[in-house]
Design a protein around this ligand. Sequence first.
Ligand SMILES: NC(=O)c1ccc[n+]([C@@H]2O[C@H](COP(=O)([O-])OP(=O)(O)OC[C@H]3O[C@@H](n4cnc5c(N)ncnc54)[C@H](O)[C@@H]3O)[C@@H](O)[C@H]2O)c1
Length: 249
Amino acid sequence: MKTAIVTGAARGIGLATAKLFAAGGWQVALVDRDSAELARATFPEGFAIDCDISDPDQVDAMTAQVLARTGRIDALVNNAGVADFGPIEQTDFARWRTVMATNLDGTFLVSQSCIPALKEQGGAIVNIASISGLRGSTLRVAYGTSKAAVIHLTRQQAAELGEYGIRVNCVAPGPVRTKLAMAVHSPEIIAAYHDAIPLNRYGSEEELAEAIVFLASDKASYITGQVLAVDGGFESTGVGLPALRTVLP
Ligand SMILES: NC(=O)c1ccc[n+]([C@@H]2O[C@H](COP(=O)([O-])OP(=O)(O)OC[C@H]3O[C@@H](n4cnc5c(N)ncnc54)[C@H](O)[C@@H]3O)[C@@H](O)[C@H]2O)c1
């Protein structure tokens, strides 16, 4: 049976992705550092592993645990992430490192640890970035930079791992009403997002999961090195000025 690892799978986009893999007949390792939430998240085709992805030793132990149980890794979804929004001058090195440790170091570490197993039969990595990694923004010096780095890491990995039959792609979500987003989106930000998104709404965890599982599946067998914005059209609206909606008389 094909095996997927989904990090940050205790809730939100990661949990929806794990459930969709399971519905498609995969066995799924749900990896998260929030053990209480993880215990509530598991379902028959999934097994939970407590792991902080920013810790290299915990990551290697997690990968060994998955392989001991399943004997193979076919897909890795690097989804675990943290958000911390603040002005540049209030972003001290500790805040910067906290964001980088999970969003960038964690994505690098889990990938490194899974590559030998992915090489065995070929497979796929899907890294989760953000529209904040595609566009510059206020208040996101650490978060946005970490996600831009994840986008470039995707391209590095795709370029080097293709010859081993490993495809690497990236999904850049727009806003989704998860715990992560609601902690940093004020009512004003929510209203402004609605205004700036052509589809005029937030996305759902399930809509993100569909794109992630597609890119991990054989249906995407000739796609690698790509960044797919799943964002209701936000990224495509380069000159999305509200004033441009009015036609001059
Ligand atoms: N929700 C959004 O609007 C949005 C938008 C763009 C990108 N994203 C990205 O999507 C991904 C999922 O976000 P979400 O909104 O579902 O968030 P969420 O907070 O609901 O879930 C994230 C999960 O990751 C886990 N996690 C965090 N750091 C970890 C670590 N070091 N080790 C192991 N687990 C860790 C958390 O415990 C949590 O269960 C993140 O990478 C996030 O940056 C989300």
